[in-house]
Every structure is written in structure tokens, then in C-alpha cells.
Design a protein around this ligand. Structure first.
Ligand code: GLN
Length: 483
């Protein structure tokens, strides 16, 4: 039962092969048995899950249908869930029970999805390894000595280990696509504004975007359908009609123009990954796509720009966690300053503190022009590069990451080494473009992802290309041993 995709579950429920309650019980037992090895969940919501499953079964018995009606999922622990701990992977919010549901949570619940729990994540979504969580590191089911990627590492590890078919995640600089690549999943970061950020705890507001993590493009289409849409509560949400993503999965790739940026294959890329990416290009060529070399000349400036802009926004967003309005409060404060200092010093981990300091520095009066303003100018250049490229091609293709998943602890003493691993993913966030990562093979038994980028609001195009690729390859069907 646990091997089923969301699409297969929807068919099985419609054909009355099993009930949502039965499936939910099987998966909850599986999580209890297997998750201690992975640490992919921060909270399990058994009671809520069984209640939602029974309600979904009743709705189906009354003649309702829908791909998500009775489908088990989990939410990254930065989506607010009413009455349930929403920790953001931080001691700061360990005792925070959200007073309302995030729009994404409410929409999926209304569609009948069943919430099994809240998944582990890097603290405040800062990281690429899921090692900065206050609840401990998450392990990669493909090799328990390696990281699953981050910051949505809990969602990725849980789905890859078949503890559930799909989960929500967020991507500020790659946190959906990179863990998808590291765990052999398909993950989609939508266009900025496609999915509501209301009730999604903010890391860097101009970059954050929620999206689906699943095993197949077809399942990402199903989950995105439930997440996407205009939300008047989010001032950056865009009022664009949401297409029927599943219905769009039958497009021919004949004549599709795929751009391969030459800058993506420079120094730093593992040559074995380069070879797998070339294989995926050939596969798409066989399906009719036309390949063109393109250039994204400002890509080299993207990491420094991102690591100024993201911490700057974070330093502002995280100022609300002061032990008064929100978050952990230290014991016996002597005065207000002591309260702030100790509450924030105790509540935030090292990586979060580092970024708050970098961000506050970059925004300070004497340095704003030199760092923040300059980074914003680079952001525009990165966007312009993409706009020029999309005049010539329909899709941009490259590796998702320069290396496969590293060993736990390998980059802990050198934060910049971890930042450099985001080189291929953060440009899409700076430009606000949609991006998808899908399985493309293995290196030393560890999964490798290929990334596809498309123009604004062309999530459907990404999902269709990935689906056609998955109809003709079987990388995405591989299961990690032991799961
Ligand atoms: N690795 C990037 C960072 O640490 C991206 C994280 C994310 O997308 N949430 O900021």
C-alpha cells in the first residue's frame, strides 16, 4: 500500500479498493516503525489524520470525488496549523501552537487531504542539509550517513522512504528542488505569487514560495492543484487563473526548445552529474525536443546577492521573535534588554544568529548601498538574463546541484561551502521563476536531479515535460533499500 503514488491512491479510493482510514492507519504505523531512523517528522497528528480520513471516506460515500479527497500528506513545519505545534525547526517556536491554518493548509484540508503530521526542517528554513533543526538532523533514506538536503529535508526523506506519497515544502533558494534531487523525488517551486504565503512562517519574503514534493510529476500536479491560487490575505499573491495541471500532462515535446546554459557546466560540477544531465538531454531529444546552448552571464553573482538579500529579509522577519510578542522567553529576565538578549540567544541556533547578524549589517546605514542595494541590482541582472534566454527557448535545463548529498556533518564547520551548493537553484528565486527537479540517475548509490526552469506561470509546461520524461525513464520509480 505504501508504494502507491497520489494518482494511484486516488484511483484506488475511487474504485473502493481501500478506504482513506485504512490507508492512513497503514502509513501511521509505518511512520512509527521507520521514522526513528530518519527523524523526518517533528510532530505526528494521528488523531487529526484519522478524523480527516473518516470525513473523506464519508464525503466519497456521499458521491464526492477529487484527487486529494482522502489522500495522506504532511506539511513542512513552517505552515501554520491551528492548535498544532508549528515549530519552524526552532527552539524559539517549540511551544507555539498556531491560532489559525495557513492558506495552503486550509485549501488542502478543504480538498480532503489527510494531514499525518508536520515534517522536520532546517531552523527557519535556513540551510541545505537539514542539520540546523533544533529537533536534530534528518537522514537520507538512500544512505543514512548522508544528508537529505534542506531545508525541506523532513518532507523529502519521508516521501522518499514511502512513509507517505507527498508533502508540502517551501523553496527560498532551492529548498524544494535540492532535497528532491538528493532523495530521488520530483519537486516544484512555483512562480513567486502562485501559492499563498499567508500562514507560512517567513524566512525571506521576496523569495519564499510553497510547493509540492512527491515522487512523480503527475503527483506534483495533483498537490499543486490543491495549493495554488489567488489569496487576498497575501499581498504578493497573483490573481491568475489556475490551469488544470493534470489535464495538461499529455503535451507532445515535438519542437520544444530546451536551452542548456553553458555556465551550468563549469568548474565545481561533479563530472558524473554532468554526464547524467547530458543523458537526460538526449532522452528529451528522442522525444522531439530541440537543444540549444544558451548563456546566463550573471549567474556567478547570484550566490553573493542571495546571501545578502535573504539574510537581510530574515533579520527583519525574525525581529518579531523577542520573547514578548512571539517565541521562547528566557527565565528570570533582569530587565528588557536582558530579556531580548537571552531569549533570542537561547531560542535561535547558530546558523540563524549568523544570518540575522549578516542581514542587520547589510541593511545598516553605512553599508546599505554597498551590499543590499548592490545585491538588488544583481537580482535585476539575473532576471534580465532569464528574460533574454526565454526569448529563444521554452525551457532551461541543467543540474539541480553540483554534487550529490554529502555526509552528515561534512559542511558544518564551513557555512560558505554549503552556500556554494545552492549555485543552480537560487537564480530562479531571485527572478521569481518556476523550477522543477526530477530524478536523473545515481552517483555512488545517491540520487541526482535534473532541473527545469520555465517562464512565469508555466508550471504546467514544467510538469508536462517532467511527466513525458518519466513515462520514458524509470529513475523516479527506484526505492531506497530498507524502505
Ligand atoms: N540553502 C538556502 C539557504 O540556506 C535555501 C534555503 C531555502 O530554500 N529555504 O538559504
Amino acid at each position: 500500500m505504501h508504494q502507491m503514488t497520489l494518482a494511484e491512491i486516488a484511483r484506488g479510493l475511487a474504485d473502493k479498493k481501500f478506504s482513506s482510514e485504512e490507508l492512513t492507519k497503514v502509513l501511521l504505523t509505518r511512520i512509527t516503525q521507520l521514522d526513528p531512523q530518519l527523524n523526518s517528522f517533528i510532530s505526528l497528528t494521528e488523531e487529526l489524520a484519522l478524523e480527516q480520513a473518516k470525513a473523506a471516506d464519508a464525503r466519497r460515500a456521499n458521491g464526492e470525488s477529487g484527487a486529494l479527497l482522502g489522500a495522506p500528506i504532511a506539511h513542512k513545519d513552517l505552515f501554520c496549523t491551528q492548535g498544532i505545534r508549528t515549530s519552524c525547526g526552532s527552539k524559539m517556536l517549540d511551544n507555539f501552537k498556531a491560532p489559525y491554518d495557513a492558506t495552503v493548509v486550509a485549501k488542502l484540508a478543504a480538498a480532503g487531504a489527510v494531514t499525518l503530521g508536520k515534517t522536520n526542517m532546517d531552523e527557519f528554513a535556513m540551510g541545505s542539509a537539514n542539520e540546523s533543526s533544533w529537533y536534530g538532523a534528518v537522514k537520507n533514506p538512500w544512505n543514512l550517513e548522508h544528508v537529505p538536503g534542506g531545508s525541506s529535508g523532513g518532507s523529502a526523506a519521508a516521501v522518499a522512504a514511502r512513509l507517505l506519497p507527498a508533502a508540502t515544502a517551501t523553496d527560498t533558494g532551492g529548498s524544494i528542488r535540492q532535497p528532491a534531487a538528493f532523495t530521488n523525488l520530483t519537486g516544484l517551486k512555483p512562480t513567486y505569487g502562485r501559492v499563498s504565503r499567508w500562514g507560512m512562517i517567513a524566512y525571506a519574503s521576496s523569495l519564499d514560495q510553497g510547493g509540492p514534493l512527491a515522487r512523480t510529476a503527475e503527483d506534483c500536479a495533483i498537490l499543486l492543484q490543491g495549493m495554488a491560487g489567488f489569496d487576498p490575505n497575501d499581498s504578493t499573491s497573483i490573481d491568475e487563473p489556475v490551469p488544470d495541471y493534470a489535464a495538461g500532462l499529455n503535451g507532445s515535446l515535438q519542437g520544444l526548445r530546451i536551452g542548456v546554459p553553458k555556465e551550468y557546466f563549469g568548474a565545481g560540477l561533479d563530472p558524473r552529474i554532468a554526464e547524467l544531465i547530458h543523458n537526460s538531454v538526449q532522452e528529451l531529444q528522442k522525444l522531439g525536443a530541440v537543444i540549444k546552448e544558451i548563456s546566463l552571464p550573471n549567474m556567478q553573482h547570484a550566490i553573493p546577492a542571495y546571501y545578502v538579500i535573504a539574510p537581510a529579509e530574515a533579520s527583519s522577519n525574525l525581529s518579531r521573535f523577542d520573547g514578548v510578542r512571539f517565541g521562547h522567553r528566557c527565565a528570570d529576565p533582569k530587565n528588557l534588554e536582558d530579556l531580548y538578549k537571552r531569549s533570542r540567544g537561547e531560542g535561535f541556533g547558530a546558523e540563524v544568529q549568523r544570518r540575522i547578524m549578516v542581514g542587520a549589517y547589510a541593511l545598516s546605514a553605512g553599508y546599505y548601498d554597498a551590499y543590499y542595494l548592490k545585491a538588488q541590482k544583481i537580482r535585476r541582472l539575473v532576471k534580465n538574463d532569464f528574460m533574454a534566454a526565454f526569448n529563444e527557448v521554452d525551457i532551461i535545463l541543467g543540474p539541480t546541484t553540483p554534487n550529490p548529498a554529502w555526509k552528515l556533518g561534512a559542511k558544518n564547520s564551513d557555512p560558505v561551502a554549503a552556500y556554494l551548493e545552492d549555485v543552480y537553484t537560487i537564480t530562479a528565486n531571485l527572478a521569481g521563476l518556476p523550477g522543477l527537479s526530477m530524478p536523473a540517475g545515481f552517483v555512488d548509490g545517491l540520487p541526482v536531479g535534473v532541473q527545469l526552469l520555465a517562464p512565469y506561470f508555466q508550471e504546467g509546461r514544467l510538469l508536462n515535460v517532467a511527466h513525458q520524461y518519466q513515462l520514458n525513464t524509470d529513475w523516479h520509480t527506484r526505492t531506497p533499500t530498507g524502505f
